[in-house]
Structures are given as C-alpha cells and as structure tokens.
Write a protein that binds this ligand. Sequence first.
Ligand SMILES: *[C@@H]1O[C@H](CO)[C@@H](O)[C@H](O)[C@H]1NC(C)=O
Length: 206
Amino acid sequence: MKFALLIFAAGLALVEPHGYVHTPLSRTSIFRRPNEFPGAQQPFWWDDTGVWCGNVQQNQQYSTCGRCGDAPGNTHANQGGRYDKGIITGTYNAGQAITVTVEFTANHRGGFMFELCPQVSENNNCFQRLNINSADRGVRDNNWACSGGDHQNGLTRAVVQLPAGVRCTRCTLRWTYRTSYPPAPDACWQPNNTQTFRNCVDIRIN
Ligand SMILES: *[C@@H]1O[C@H](CO)[C@@H](O)[C@H](O)[C@H]1NC(C)=O
C-alpha cells in the first residue's frame, strides 16, 4: 500500500506542471494571493502552473497557442475571459527596467520571453517583444532568458525593459516559456515544436 502510494505520488510529480509568473502575478494565478488581490478564482481546467497551450507543442510562431496560454481555440485566460477580474498586479513607470520573477515548479529547460501589449484593449496582434537586460540564468540576443537546467525549480528573475513613453492604465505583459521538451542539445532553445507555456499579466504603466 505504501509502495502504491509512492508510485502514485511519483506519477503526480511527473504530471505536475511547470511554472507561472510570480511577480507581477499572472492573471491566471491571482487566486494565490487573496489577501493582496481579493476576488479571483482558481482556474477550473488546469493547474495555474500549467497554462500550456493545452499541451499542444508549439512552433516558433506559437501558431495554435491561445493568446494567454489557452488550449487552441479557447479564450478563458484572455482579457475579457473568465479569469480576467480587471485586477492590476504591478504598477510601473514608463521606461523602467522592471524585475519580473517567474516560479518554476518543473523546469523543462528552454527559455522565455516577455512581450507588452501597450494598449488597454488586448488583441492578438498588439504584443511587442521587450528587451531583457539581465536574467539569473542567462540571456540570449538581449530578449531571451534561459530557464535553467532540468528540475532547476523555484524563483528566477529577469530584468525587463519597458519602452520609454508607453503609458497605460492597464496593459498586458505576456510571458511565453518555450521549453526544451522534447529535449534539444541547446538547453536554452528548442527550434522544433515544443511544449510551451504562456501567462498574461495585467499591469499599469505611469
Ligand atoms: C528536430 O526534429 C527533427 C525531426 O524529428 C530531429 O531529427 C532533430 O534532431 C530535432 N532537432 C532538435 C534540435 O531537437
């Protein structure tokens, strides 16, 4: 019986998903800090660390991934979707270099980027990639942060550059984590279709 439980627990660990944006807190993870941000709810269809394009491996254009990480064709995590409570989780200044913290619960190598939709009304085409000034586990091309090694879990930081002159009462910061799963020789970058995660975060820029 104990053995069976252990196997069950190991199985859970394997399917335990993989990460979320911790600070500022992602739209689908707001329920984690009810004292700070009351009124949110836990996603019903997956764990909030598994907002992963419905586990459909994505190409370099993320062709079928939902705007904010939904399974293909779904819109729950989008602005106006069921997890959008209009809660702003970070307030910054235009042109600021902001520290964004991501928590990995099951790191699958690869790397991640940040984009900003610099307008109040989010859509599929408004996202612009941001520069990353530095990151705990390394940066490529000034805009791609390496996620670290397999099972290198926990919090990791990236310093992300907000554009000068862009202000909004609400705009969307998007994290896209392109794993290296299936694994590629390059631990930071899998060019083939690969398991991908996405989170949207509602921020304000003064
Ligand atoms: C990409 O996929 C092809 C075909 O499956 C495979 O031969 C190749 O090794 C893969 N490349 C990487 C970097 O994983």
